[in-house]
Ligand binder design. Structure first.
Ligand SMILES: *Cc1c(COP(=O)(O)O)cnc(C)c1O
Length: 461
């Protein structure tokens, strides 16, 4: 029977089991250099938990700001248990059990994306490294050519292009924040693009680049297609609940050359868990290296042979493995968590459409919603957004609502039908990532509170 899972109920089981495992190898005395005064340790930990008060309540549905939430207790328990042994998935000798677990979760995620049975992939510490690897392989295959990504793509693409010493070309976006195909074709026709990056779920607005149309276009000009779904990848599980176009683009991931997803964003994991997949295993040749001090126990492929990073937490693979056993990559498993967030965004969007004082910026494609207080000028909009951000977070802990702001340009507002006096080059609007499933039925509270604050602000003008 399903019930709330509390971390404190899980810890005795795993800590007990791993302690017993350690004891079974025979007791030994911990070296005096590692001993410490218990009262001091407790004092330090007390200071730690005190200092951790200086945070925003990422775990609470009233935190509706950035892309932040704690991992599931199952992931924490599995991570902690594994960390007590601390395997390193760099090599099979460093972590035999967790290497196998990593292979299992990789297969599950590759299946989710519709990748071939034979794929190359691995977990990473982050979406940044995962993307870097895909861009690097793109450069090796098309030396001297650049990468194209939308102007709303994550800044990591232009930054990593600098690291890789390749040109990065920013493609215009349309009024939904999606890559503009005409501009992309113009740039492809110049013959200088080796890899096109399509983002399914932009970090800012959750927009979906038209991947199903990008793929044939890029192929016509001989370019690779890399899909950055660091944030949006697990929405694949509920693609049938997205707009028809969104579903079509998620389905097209199967045809891409590489794809990235961050289990530490929508996969209920602690930070330190990204993943990259390549549909053609022969790219493995670019990773070739010789190391005299690893790889002894097995002829089987070590993750260290097909990744840029060296040491990597086996605990991270174990945490994801355990989580996906409980919440499998199906619509009924992890999909339920994503669907609730998606519904939260739709629910709030319909409230915003009916509001006299707030307006939606655009219709959400995933679970990110952008909205703004009604204002007559850019400068007033900026001021009001900032005030809303501050005032919502004010007061007693139980009354606080934590939001985020998002900077927009006059032309972006114009494209979405807003008519404001353009007395400033940019303005902040509001942005909320609704990634906690509890928010599905919580957004009404958030909306009511924000409407009241907005009316109060309007009254002061
Ligand atoms: C978060 C994100 C990244 C960067 O990933 P990190 O895990 O933060 O390093 C890249 N691309 C997109 C679309 C993202 O949302």
């Amino acid at each position: 029977m399903a019930q709330e899972i509390k971390l404190t109920d899980l810890l005795p089981q795993v800590v007990g089991a791993i302690s017993a495992l350690k004891d079974s190898y025979g007791n030994f005395e911990v070296h005096s250099s590692q001993q410490a005064d218990m009262a001091k340790v407790q004092g330090v930990l007390l200071e730690l938990t005190d200092r951790l008060e200086n945070n925003f309540p990422y775990f609470h549905p009233n935190y509706a700001g950035q892309m932040l939430k704690p991992p599931h207790p199952v992931a924490i328990a599995a991570y902690l248990a594994t960390m007590m042994i601390n395997p390193n998935n760099h090599s099979i000798d460093g972590g035999p059990a967790t290497t196998m677990m990593e292979r299992e979760v990789l297969r599950d995620m590759a299946n989710m994306f519709g990748y071939p049975e034979q794929f190359l992939g691995h977990l990473t510490w982050s979406g940044t490294t995962a993307n870097l690897e895909a861009l690097w392989i793109g450069r090796e295959i098309h030396p001297g050519k650049g990468i194209a990504h939308s102007k709303d793509s994550h800044y990591t693409h232009s930054r990593m292009s600098e690291v890789l010493n390749i040109e990065s070309i920013g493609i215009q976006t349309d009024e939904f924040g999606r890559m503009d195909l005409n501009h992309l074709e113009t740039e492809l026709a110049k013959g200088q693009i080796g890899t096109v990056v399509a983002t399914l779920g932009t970090t800012g607005l959750g927009a979906i680049d038209p991947l199903a149309d990008i793929i044939p276009l890029a192929r016509r000009y001989g370019a690779r297609v890399h899909v950055d779904t660091a944030y949006g990848g697990f929405f694949k599980l509920i693609e049938n609940h997205l707009d028809a176009d969104g579903a079509r683009h998620f389905a097209a991931i199967a045809q891409s050359d590489s794809v990235v997803v961050d289990p530490h964003k929508h996969g209920l994991q602690p930070y330190g868990c990204g993943a990259v997949f390549f549909s053609d295993i022969t790219i493995g040749r670019f990773y070739k290296h010789d190391s005299p001090y690893t790889y002894f126990a097995s002829d089987d492929l070590h993750f260290g042979e097909i990744q840029l990073e060296c040491s990597r937490a086996g605990a991270s693979a174990a945490a994801l493995w355990a989580t996906l056993k409980v919440f499998p990559l199906t619509e009924d498993g992890l999909g339920k968590v994503l669907l609730a967030g998606r519904n939260a965004a739709l629910n709030w969007h319909s409230l915003l459409e009916k509001s006299d004082v707030l307006s939606p910026y655009q219709k959400p494609e995933l679970d990110i919603i952008a909205y703004l207080p009604n204002a007559s000028s850019m400068s007033q909009l900026d001021h009001m957004s900032h005030e809303l951000f501050l005032r919502a977070a004010d007061g007693d802990r139980k009354d606080q609502i934590h939001l985020a702001t998002y900077v927009v340009k006059p032309e972006a507002l114009r494209a979405r039908g807003f008519k404001l006096n353009e007395d400033a080059q940019q303005a902040r609007i509001m942005r909320s990532v609704l990634m906690k499933p509890e928010q599905e039925h919580w957004v009404g509270n958030l909306h009511t509170h924000l409407e009241a604050l907005t009316k109060q602000l309007i009254g002061e003008n």
